[in-house]
Write a protein that binds this ligand. Structure first.
Ligand code: SF4
Length: 428
């Protein structure tokens, strides 16, 4: 069977769609890059913003129009709006998020035990060569009550995968040549809390590092209140990337409170200090929301100042997106879209300047880079772009294609266009 798989949204969606691809491939089926060639298309949707929901519908329509034999919708948007998904012409089935693991078994007529016994090899999806890093799902769902977030409704309560299941996926990733894996979940830091007796992220990371042929290990975002400082001891292992993403969302206590985030700015700052003491060259990145309902000028300025004070290495700014079904949807004081956009741009500027300053600290140093892209240019050489352990974007030139290889690089200056660094390959 020929299969077309598409996904939008977060890294969790990416990891889930790759798992489906691995299962089909292990049984001799082919994953194709064009829905027109496919007997079956599976589209993993997202609902995090109004735009993500619209994109989800667009991808489903695209697969139908291209002529895929059968089109299945799954993921967050399809889970929240299954009737709407089924009403799209040509979409024949919907699998809710908690049924996603059954898709391969249902189509291939296999039991869960038979699928679990397959020997898997992870490969990036066709046309997705940039995905050198393998995202591994370790947990699903979230038990928090952030007032702007739909994810909890779409993904349910926190449910962890066992260390053995995670290790099996890491083995599949290494077998497919992945040099870096990223542990990911809706609430990564809640991992193990649902086990009896409960475990913590410390146990998962230690279990994954123990006796494995893993290359680099990166963690995706960890909510500040879930961050157990004990895990910092594990950074003695060189394989752990010197990068942590700790979502902030707002830099003042009133906004944090109305967002339903159980943290204060003082608590957040204290955590950041502990991390910096344990991992001095760490890249700390974050997320913030611009234009939350009722956000005053003073609150916005406080967020800006707090971001500067935390001296982040970078961050994502999301403009508040009203999602029906969330508590924030009913809040008063929604900002004019133009004002929210203006605040978004202003916060981006702050992150950009901080990112540049962090990158500049590494000018003249020697770093290891995993090349995510390698493009041949007119003179026959290769233009490389990749990431260091501490999430610096580095570009360099090479005589050879070095895609998915790790090289030692001397940093020679800033790459202003890409908000990163330029370097030269060091002799091997
Ligand atoms: S968990 Fe959130 S970001 Fe990921 S697919 Fe679902 S709605 Fe989108």
């Amino acid at each position: 069977m020929k299969l077309f798989l598409d996904t939008i949204g977060c890294r969790l969606n990416q990891s889930e769609i790759e798992s489906i691809a691995n299962t089909f491939r292990a049984l001799g089926h082919q994953v194709v890059g064009d829905p027109a060639e496919a007997d079956l298309a599976i589209i993993n949707t997202c609902a995090v913003t109004v735009k993500a929901a619209a994109d989800s519908r667009k991808r489903l329509r695209h697969a139908v129009r291209a002529g895929a034999g059968k089109v299945i919708a799954t993921g967050c948007w399809a889970t929240l709006y299954p009737d709407e998904a089924l009403a799209l012409e040509g979409v024949s089935e919907v699998y809710l998020n908690d049924q996603k693991d059954e898709i391969a078994g249902d189509i291939l007529g296999l039991r869960a035990e038979e699928i679990a016994a397959l020997s898997l090899i992870r490969e990036p999806l066709p046309g997705d060569r940039a995905r050198t890093r393998a995202f591994i799902k370790v947990q699903e769902g979230c038990d928090n009550h952030c007032t702007y977030c739909l994810t909890r409704l779409a993904r349910g309560k926190s449910q962890s995968r066992t260390v053995a299941e995670v290790r099996r996926d890491i083995t599949a990733a290494s077998a497919g040549g992945a040099k870096e894996v990223v542990l990911t979940g809706v609430e990564l830091g809640a991992w193990g809390g649902d086990f009896e007796p409960s475990l913590t992220l410390y146990d998962l990371i230690a279990g994954v590092l123990e006796d494995s042929d893993l290359g680099r290990l990166r963690l995706s975002s960890i909510e500040p209140w879930d961050f157990e400082p004990r895990i910092l001891e594990l950074w003695q292992d060189e394989r752990l990337c010197h990068h942590l993403h700790i979502p902030l969302q707002a830099g003042n206590d009133h906004l944090l409170h109305v967002m339903g985030r159980p943290i204060t700015t003082a608590g957040y700052a204290d955590l950041i200090e502990k991390i910096r003491v344990a991992i001095p060259d760490v890249a700390l990145t974050t997320d913030v929301i611009a234009g939350f309902p009722g956000e005053t000028v003073e609150e916005f300025e406080a967020t800006k100042a707090f971001i500067q004070q935390m001296d982040f290495a970078g961050g994502h700014v999301f403009t508040y997106s009203p999602r029906p079904g969330t508590a924030a949807y009913k809040m008063k004081g929604r900002l004019e879209p133009s004002l929210a956009k203006e605040r978004n741009a202003s916060l981006r500027q702050v992150f950009h300047a901080l990112g540049e300053a962090y990158s500049a600290c590494f000018n003249g140093t020697e770093v290891s880079v995993l090349w995510e892209s390698s493009e041949q240019v007119k003179d026959g050489t290769w233009r490389l772009s990749g990431l260091t352990s501490n999430y610096l974007r580095v570009t360099a030139k090479s005589d050879l294609d070095r895609w998915n290889k790790i090289s030692e690089v001397k940093i020679t200056g800033l790459d202003l266009k890409r908000n990163g660094l330029k370097g030269e390959l060091l002799p091997v």
